[in-house]
Design a protein around this ligand. Structure first.
Ligand SMILES: *[C@@H]1O[C@H](CO)[C@@H](O)[C@H](O)[C@H]1NC(C)=O
Ligand SMILES: *[C@@H]1O[C@H](CO)[C@@H](O)[C@H](O)[C@H]1NC(C)=O
Ligand SMILES: [Zn+2]
Length: 575
């Protein structure tokens, strides 16, 4: 079966032949009548299409690499590998995780500047805790404090010509609402260990990553490992409220130091390992959707509500809201969307990959846009969580207007939140909403002020967005495994740890991590939680809500992964 192909990379010529064949299929099916002279060939290919793709061709579209184990060995490193799997290590890392969780490093939406707002001060306790908990890290790595609480560790490699490996994680956690504390099975800042899970705010978002990375470095130092390639740990402290103070400053220091594209790879929090279509996929995030909030202000004359116009400002704003919701964004694949890559992987390996999707693959080679749209529509039927991986989302989230029962509202405000599809732009979102606003404005004799800096005028619909909150979709991380690439090293490390039945697939994030500030540092950004507990599966349960916890099996596997990845990157002869 197809699975016998796993781990093998098919030679490119065969793949190329497969691609051109598919290109013909697409053209010929659509234009079969016009191209009657080649009808016979077309029919032959059509038969192949309906019979299912040649398995080797589909496998070539989602190549799975061989497990990658470090070649540098020593008794101390082997001892470390054994220790990482021991009960002793498990019990010790549980204690260190619990200690980290017990420091409530909450970041609040309304935090003032660092140095002024004393609520940031828990970060001092956290830094002190790390210092006393990871002595080797703090004696061997250089630690710089960036914007007071940003922790930038540098483990200098012996070969300065090698671009560094960068690990990220954030120190802060989402606040626990007072009113929810009694809903927690174990108190949110207890770090309680029940023999299987460590409980508490930050347990899986993402003190597990932060502590996991430090555990790996601490043990590698202890085992005498000396990197050739510099290792950088960059820990922000306000990721949950945009990351501007932490990652915003840290990224700038790194870009100034190493230059544009100066890092080999970045690993930050993100996608994990999950079941899909009957297969287990590791799903590192290689793309992020864009973001834009559009603020709409409807200005209408005030006056007494005993002699009202047919539509008040609230009525007009409602009409615009109705129009906006009546024109949602369609599911749409652009060639760079990683979910297309994941569909290819599902098609190649997964026993339960739906035939409705199989039928509409392959996409890249199809010259017919209708087929790609069909694929998007079919894929969207898997549910909203999937649909929004290739659809711009739109949500009217805030409305305010009116102050009194006997006064007409002069100013009605609506906020529409959008997460922008990969391959689209925030300016397209703006253009669409401008067009809809014009329709409503024309009807009610209002002026449209479209994303201009001019002050508000009476009788108007004013559209604006705060450009410092807007974000274009992230550049897509390359996932080629031709030659030695960061994705190949990441994939090989993951398959070395979890075995070859685990498949690598590209994924995308509908939210953003601190990596938004790091785009210039490298194109190879992976948002990835490598720790996995097969018994628990992938779980977002508890993240940003009550009962956050992490499986100790997943956590210790994560430490193993970080230590292997550091060693594998050190040996990688990157192109
Ligand atoms: C539309 O508004 C303009 C000024 O804002 C006014 O001069 C004009 O009479 C209005 N037209 C209608 C049909 O209400
Ligand atoms: C835009 O957002 C930034 C960051 O939250 C904020 O500091 C600024 O005040 C906002 N600007 C406006 C005009 O609201
Ligand atoms: Zn996080």
């Amino acid at each position: 079966m197809i699975l016998s192909e796993k781990g093998t990379l098919l030679p490119p010529p065969r793949a190329a032949a497969g691609q051109s064949r598919w290109r013909s299929v697409g053209v010929l099916i659509i234009h079969a009548i016009a191209f009657a002279v080649v009808l016979r060939t077309s029919f032959e290919l059509y038969q192949r299409l309906t019979a299912g793709e040649d398995p080797s061709a589909s496998v070539a579209k989602c190549p799975q690499v061989e497990p990658l184990v470090p070649s540098q060995k020593s008794p101390a490193l082997s001892g470390m590998e054994d220790y990482l799997q021991s009960d002793k290590f498990r019990d010790e890392t549980v204690k260190r995780m619990a200690g980290a969780i017990r420091i409530p490093t909450q970041s609040y939406d309304d935090l003032g500047p660092v140095g002024e707002d004393s609520r940031w001060d828990t970060m001092y306790d956290f830094a002190d805790y790390l210092k006393s908990t990871f002595p080797h890290v703090h004696s061997v790595l250089a630690l710089e404090k960036v914007n007071t609480h940003g922790l930038l560790y540098t483990w200098k490699g012996t070969d300065a010509s090698l671009r560094p490996t960068v690990f990220m994680a954030h120190q802060d956690v989402v606040p626990v609402a007072e009113s929810t504390i009694d809903q927690w099975t174990h108190p949110p800042y207890s770090g309680h260990y029940d023999g299987k899970y460590i409980w508490g705010r930050g347990a899986s978002d993402c003190k597990n990553n932060l502590i996991g990375i430090l555990e790996a470095v601490e043990l590698l130092i202890d085992a005498g490992f000396k990197p050739k390639r510099t290792v950088v740990l960059s820990f922000g402290f306000d990721e949950e409220i945009s990351g501007r103070q932490g990652a915003g400053h840290l990224a700038q220091v790194l870009i100034n130091r190493y230059g544009k594209d100066g890092a080999a790879v970045i690993i930050d929090e993100g996608g994990g390992i999950a079941e899909s279509w009957g297969s287990t996929f590791a799903l590192p995030g290689v793309a992020e959707k864009g973001y834009i909030d559009v603020d709409i202000i409807v200005r209408m004359p005030g006056g007494h509500s005993s002699i009202p116009p047919a539509h008040s400002g609230i009525g007009v704003a409602s009409e615009l809201v109705t129009l906006i919701e009546a024109h949602p964004y369609e599911p749409r694949f652009h060639a760079e969307n990683p979910y297309l890559g994941l569909l290819e992987c599902g098609n190649a390996y997964s026993p339960k990959f739906p035939s409705s999707l199989k039928k509409n693959l392959p996409w890249k080679e199809s010259p017919c846009p209708a087929k790609k749209d069909k694929l998007a529509l079919e894929a969207a039927k898997q549910g909203d969580a999937t649909k929004y991986l290739f659809t711009t989302s739109l949500a009217v989230d805030v409305i305010t207007g009116g102050i009194k029962s006997n006064a007409l509202p002069e100013r009605t405000r609506v906020l529409v939140n959008h997460r922008v599809n990969i391959g689209e732009k925030t300016s397209e979102v703006q253009a669409k909403i401008v067009q809809l606003a014009h329709r409503v404005a024309a009807k009610h004799n209002l002026t449209v002020q479209a994303f201009s800096d001019e002050p508000e005028v009476p009788s108007s619909i004013r559209l604006s967005s705060n450009s410092s909150l807007s974000l274009e979709p992230a550049p897509v991380t390359p996932t080629s495994v031709d030659g030695v690439t960061p994705f190949r090293v990441l994939s090989g490390t993951t398959r070395a740890l979890y075995g070859e039945s685990l498949l690598m697939g590209p994924a995308l994030m509908t939210g953003n991590t601190d990596t938004r500030y790091y785009w210039d540092l490298t194109r190879h950004i992976f948002r990835y939680g490598p720790g996995y507990d097969p018994e628990q599966g992938f779980s977002l349960e508890g993240i940003h809500t009550v009962n956050e916890k992490v499986s100790v099996v997943a956590h210790t596997a994560g430490v193993q992964w970080y230590s292997l990845f550091i060693r594998n990157m050190d040996e990688a002869d990157l192109a």
